[in-house]
Design a protein. Structure first.
Length: 173
């Protein structure tokens, strides 16, 4: 299976692997003080905010036996460190991610989301401007002269013709 590059899908991939290693279920995580299974499901399928809350991430770290900040590191494309692996992992170059690194990465990711959303908003504003132009043209087109509408609906046989003595073009002759 391909490991997602970052985000919630990556986090849930590593959570599932850790659960297999520990022979636990998502319900066991909740029993150990971690988030409920329904919370993990909501995080994956939420449209408004795809990043779990810091509290949820820390509870996940604690219940899975990961170093604090591991869940956040996984969201950003890193790897979790178990509390027991800290000493053995530093030999191959792995180290816990510092709080400053986690904050910097989260802020960079948030800035990226803001920039993407701003571009989406700009595109929507441009589309709204187009639609307002169409609306304005249609309003002008359907703003018919009431006399013309009346002449059209009553048959319009007299349209453009005037009787002698009514002040129309025929009386000027």
């Amino acid at each position: 299976m391909t490991v997602p590059a970052d985000g919630v899908a990556r986090l849930l991939h590593f959570v599932d692997r850790r659960l297999e290693t520990l022979r636990m279920t998502k319900e066991d995580i909740a029993a150990r003080g971690g988030p409920e299974a329904s919370t993990l499901h909501k995080v994956m399928h939420r449209n408004s905010q795809n990043t779990p809350r810091v509290r949820t991430l820390l509870r996940l770290d604690l219940s899975l036996g990961w170093e604090p900040g591991s869940s956040a590191a996984v969201l950003l494309g890193g790897y979790p460190l178990s509390v027991t692996a800290r000493a053995s992992r530093t030999a191959d170059g792995a180290r816990p991610v510092s709080a400053d690194e986690v904050v910097a990465r989260l802020l960079d990711r948030l800035k990226g989301h803001i920039d993407e959303t701003r571009a989406d908003v700009d595109a929507l504003v441009a589309r709204l401007d187009e639609l307002e132009g169409v609306h304005h043209r249609l309003v002008e087109e359907f703003d018919a002269d009431p006399a013309l509408v009346s002449a059209f609906t009553t048959g319009g046989d007299d349209h453009g013709k005037h009787r002698p003595g009514d002040g129309g073009p025929a009386s000027a002759l």
